[in-house]
Design a binder for this molecule. Structure first.
Ligand code: PRX
Length: 633
């Protein structure tokens, strides 16, 4: 079999940046910038100066009520004003802000001027629907311009958006909408996926039967197929009808620096998704500053992050940071391998993409098809490559470096989370790189690896990844659940933010992320809680009990391995396996990739009845079961 790389999993080399990368770079001296960042208040206050404030802050950081930190206290600002309207007054006015493209080859370009008009019209329309500051507005939309427009429109008027990833299904939509008590839902007829049109509207319709707080459903006609909605019911209205005749200007709401900006749900160790709450000014400062320096953003950049807006990567680095920096962001609705595995590289060439940000799983997937696809395209426009979502294995790193970057372009392996809002551990273009390591904390961030008491562990030894000082884009709480916020992140290791990842630091102080320390799986970079999957299984009429673990997968990183106790007399026949797969997919959406299902008579449990997934994992890996003294039997 042809191998595209002779590099195996061990890669000891250090990769130093080319001279012209350093020449171009906004930050040329990494260590010096890290030193500057030691004075966190001064550092972040300087970064906050880039925005237009209605009123400057009185205090940079308020630590009086830990862990409920506040940033830029007393400041007044509006995100949409800074991300859109501000640029209309500059020579960026007619520059493309959003370049939308899809797998069918359609494209749509919106300049900053045009985007500003669209955002304002929709903001006015939302106000007419009775949306006021602090109301929650949900989106269940594909990657389309209306998603960005409606998020920005919410910011403009101070509404809190809660975007639900369009790959999630009915159960997930209902849970999120009800938790956020959304007043409005914006959805579309469908989305394009590998040559098919996926119907989103029928999922919305089904979800709406269980979402009692939603007063209006706004429907975007996205796919061009005829669609019927029952406008007569008074609850549903087409997006284009709604904005008809709305004025193209709109007074921005003067938001308090600490006013909530958005809620984004993510998986935790329990079955109930966590509503991660981000607030306004600190989020803007953190997202824009990291984007600018990690991706080295200059005028004329054509930036592409392939992440979906339904996740934090898309929030921070498809929409907010790029627009706050006045750059052009490519929004792509399509898969990496459709119509063929050259789809990404085709777009890089077609649009002259300069900065490219994707997930390791996509690279591993594309590697399988060999080098012929990247070789077919001219990728010389690229200046920075980046990854996010899970550790990148050195083999994938090398492939990306060699065949996409032509051994000239640095790879930014960015470690961060829904909760952190911004990159926290990442190289800069001027950093020496070690494949598989996210290198060091971004300037202004203090990260470490500690034991369960909070003491630093010796270099090279694994421990818990913590962040020792607050950072501007940190989440402020879990929506409506301060208790769980403290419990999950701040209690185990007092004083530090516990990220939920295991890591080690090497002799150069580089971080090596080893994976989650909790019962959260990472499937193709998507985060999914074992408890969520288990409850999806148990909601099937023939399943009595379920336990799931992550099983290593060469492409997706992890897939689900499920152990099920079935109703009496039931056997795991092929038909039932298919039915179970369908059921879990219906409950959770395609993110829940099932590897294997195994029928068992019993599950290992503690005496208090908690499933010991550790034992299942060890058994699966053929390892010693470890300390089983707490095992029930
Ligand atoms: O386990 C880490 C992994 O993804 C988790 C966060 O997931 P989520 O909130 O969905 O956000 C993903 C996009 C920011 C982390 O706890 N992770 C993320 N980036 C990396 C990573 N693991 C290793 N290396 C990374 N670069």
């Amino acid at each position: 079999m042809e191998r595209d790389t002779d590099v195996l999993l061990q890669e000891e080399r250090i990769f130093y940046p080319d001279e012209d990368v350093i020449q171009r770079a906004l930050i040329k001296n990494w260590e010096e910038e890290i030193r500057k960042g030691k004075d966190i208040e001064k550092y972040w206050a300087e970064k906050a100066e880039q925005f237009e404030w209605f009123k400057k802050w009185d205090q940079v950081l308020d630590e009086s009520n830990k862990p409920f930190y506040k940033w830029f206290v007393g400041g007044k600002i509006n995100l949409a004003h800074n991300a859109v309207d501000r640029w209309v007054e500059t020579d960026k006015r007619n520059q493309v802000a959003i370049l939308y493209a899809n797998e069918r080859g359609d494209e749509r370009k919106l300049t900053y001027y045009e985007l500003s008009r669209e955002v304002n019209k929709f903001a006015n329309a939302l106000r007419n629907l009775g949306v006021v500051k602090g109301d929650r507005v949900s989106m269940y939309l594909p990657m389309c311009p209306e998603l960005l427009i409606s998020m920005l429109a919410c910011n403009k008027i101070g509404a809190i958006h809660s975007v639900v990833y369009s790959g999630l299904s009915v159960g997930a939509v209902v849970e999120r909408m009800n938790d956020a008590k959304a007043k409005i839902l914006i959805t579309a007829d469908g989305t394009f996926r590998r040559g098919k049109v996926i119907d989103l509207k029928s999922i919305t319709d089904e979800a709406m039967l269980q979402c009692k707080t939603v007063e209006t459903v706004v429907v975007v006609k996205h796919t061009g197929s005829p669609i019927d909605i029952s406008e007569l019911s008074g609850k549903e209205i087409f997006y284009d009808r709604l904005i008809e005749g709305e004025p193209a200007d709109c007074e921005p709401e003067q938001m308090d620096a600490e006013d909530p900006l958005f809620i984004l749900y993510t998986s935790g160790s329990t079955g109930k998704p966590k509503g991660v709450l981000h607030t306004t000014a600190g989020y803007m400062v953190g997202a824009a500053t990291t984007m600018q320096n990690v991706f080295d953003i200059h005028n004329g950049d054509l930036y592409w992050c392939t992440g979906d807006i339904g996740w934090i990567t898309g929030h921070s680095y498809v929409i907010y940071a790029p627009l706050l920096l006045g750059t052009t962001t490519l929004v792509y609705e399509g898969a990496p391998d459709y119509p063929d595995p050259g789809a990404f590289w085709h777009l890089v060439e077609k649009y002259g993409v300069t900065k490219f940000y994707t997930a390791p799983t996509a690279i591993r997937h594309l590697m399988r098809f060999g080098t012929k696809y990247p070789k077919r395209y001219n990728l010389e426009s690229l200046k920075i490559l980046a990854t996010v979502g899970e550790p990148i294995n050195p083999e994938a790193w090398m492939w990306y470096y060699k065949y996409i970057g032509n051994e000239k372009i640095p790879i930014m392996d960015t470690w961060w989370q829904t909760e952190t809002g911004m990159h926290l551990i990442t190289p800069l273009p001027c950093s020496p790189l070690k494949p598989g390591s996210a290198t060091k904390a971004f300037p202004g961030i203090e990260a470490d690896v500690v034991d369960d008491q909070g003491n630093p562990v010796p270099l090279g030894k694994g421990g818990f990844l913590v962040i020792k000082k607050p950072w501007p884009a940190m989440f402020r709480t879990l929506y409506g659940d301060d208790e769980r916020y403290i419990e999950t992140y701040w209690k185990d290791i007092p004083g530090y933010y516990k990220a939920g990842d295991m890591a080690r630091k090497d002799e150069d102080g580089y971080f090596w992320i080893q994976g989650r320390s909790d019962d959260v799986l990472k499937i193709a970079g998507h985060r999914i809680g074992t408890a969520e999957v288990e409850s999806a299984f148990v909601s099937h009429p023939l399943v009595v009990e379920a336990a799931v673990i992550g099983k290593d997968d060469p492409i997706k990183g992890q897939v689900i391995k499920a152990f099920l106790i079935l109703k009496e007399e039931q056997k795991l026949r092929t038909g039932l396996i298919e039915d179970l797969k369908k059921h879990v997919r219906y409950e959770l959406g395609p993110v829940a990739v099932l590897g294997e299902i195994e029928q068992v008579e019993k599950l290992p449990k503690t005496r208090s009845g908690k499933i010991m997934r550790r034992v299942l994992r060890a058994r699966e890996a053929g390892e010693d079961l470890g300390d089983t003294s707490t095992l029930e039997e």
